[in-house]
Ligand binder design. Structure first.
Ligand SMILES: [Cu+2]
Length: 375
């Protein structure tokens, strides 16, 4: 028997072609598996970020979500909803991230990871379309379209056909199936069939992503943003005191001498109707008020001239001392933090007797001393 030269050539060409086609297929499928592991490593990095305590992922989740609000199409209602249920969504994102990392790296349930990853990206893109081209943005929305392209490539390329647990399991299932077939038992339907892309699966992949994208957009529009409440007003209270001459005793007198203020910022107005007095040893430095000043007839003053100091309003326990010229209106503010009762008194010698430092009304309750209650 003779083989013609032509026939031999033809045969080797066919074999060569077949082997080239085969090695091209192997190379293409290897590239797909490398892509799979690559995207798995990206997700692993995200997962490491989530579990690293230094990043306080769970603690910061709500704040980070709320920061996306301003760039959302349709308002920040969805962000407010997610932030209000931060624990649930933080765990959801963490679980999906962890699943994608290990599914892609190990090649375990590869095709499901493509669908779940695709849905995850599509929801984020749909909900955060406004952040997509916001540079610099505080979001990581920008890379999700790339993820979608990668997942599509993995699905179309039949990722998971090699170097994967899917592949190992598929082989095991196939062996078992062959064994059962030999025993003439019906084979169970395999869920691990890797390396083949059924039209059925591709349809669900595309439909899932389109629906998720629409869902993300829809949620954005559907959940209305609750208007931000106005900032709580600073709590002010007022203490209005007058120093006038008591008609019966003829002594200068604080009215009221005992009074109550709310804790917080207290605005004092003391109207001193008594006459001016010179007191040369006056310390005369305002202490304990906001900015260390009192406002005498509209002029802020830190040190009072000793040539006119009729009285003082002093509470040593609060470090407060304010000196009051005669015939003046004095205003000052004090931040009173702790509730309690505090005795106040006048240190300026306004006594009517022989010793003006000790004679009445100095030290007389209801005249030159009293109690301020902070609630
Ligand atoms: Cu006095």
């Amino acid at each position: 028997m003779r083989y013609g030269r032509g026939a031999l050539l033809n045969r080797s060409t066919v074999m060569l072609r077949a082997s080239t086609a085969n090695s091209n297929t192997v190379r293409a499928s290897l590239a797909i598996e490398v892509l799979r592991v690559g995207v798995g490593i990206v997700w692993l990095m995200n997962f490491v970020f989530i579990v690293a305590p230094a990043n306080n992922y769970f603690g910061n989740f709500a704040a980070v979500v709320l920061s996306l609000g301003p760039t959302s199409i349709g308002g920040s209602g969805l962000e407010q909803f997610v932030a209000a249920n931060a624990a649930i969504f933080a765990w959801l994102v963490a679980i999906v991230t962890g699943y994608l990392a290990f599914a892609f790296i190990l090649g375990l349930t590869t095709r499901w990871a493509c669908i779940i990853g695709g849905i995850f990206s599509a929801v984020i893109i749909g909900a955060q379309l406004g952040s997509m081209f916001a540079f610099p943005g505080g979001t990581d929305v920008g890379e999700h379209p790339l993820y979608l392209v990668i997942y599509a490539a993995l699905v179309l390329g039949g990722a998971g056909a090699a170097y994967s647990l899917d592949h190992r399991i598929a082989e095991a299932v196939a062996r078992r199936r062959a064994y059962r077939a030999a025993l003439n038992e019906p084979a169970p339907r395999g869920v691990w069939a890797a390396g083949s892309t059924s039209r059925f699966f591709l349809t669900y992949f595309i439909a899932g992503i389109l629906i998720s994208f629409g869902m993300g957009m829809g949620l954005m529009v559907a959940i209305p943003a609750t208007p931000t409440p106005p900032p709580a007003p600073i709590h002010y209270s007022y203490a209005n005191l007058t120093i006038s001459i008591n008609a019966t005793t003829g002594w200068p007198q604080y009215t009221p001498a005992n009074f109550t203020v709310s804790n917080g910022e207290v605005i004092f107005t003391i109207t001193d109707l008594d006459s001016p007095m010179n007191w040369s040893p006056c310390p005369c430095v305002v202490t304990g008020t906001n900015a260390g000043v009192e406002i005498i007839n509209g002029t802020p003053v830190h040190v009072i001239p000793s040539t006119n100091v009729a009285h003082s309003f002093s509470i040593p326990n609060l470090g407060l001392s304010v000196y009051l010229p005669g015939l003046s209106v004095i205003r000052f503010t004090v931040d009173l933090i702790n509730p309690g009762s505090f005795g106040w008194f006048c240190v300026v010698p306004c006594g009517a007797g022989a010793n003006p430092y000790s004679s009445p009304p100095m030290g007389v309750p209801g005249y030159m001393t009293g109690t301020m209650t902070i609630t």
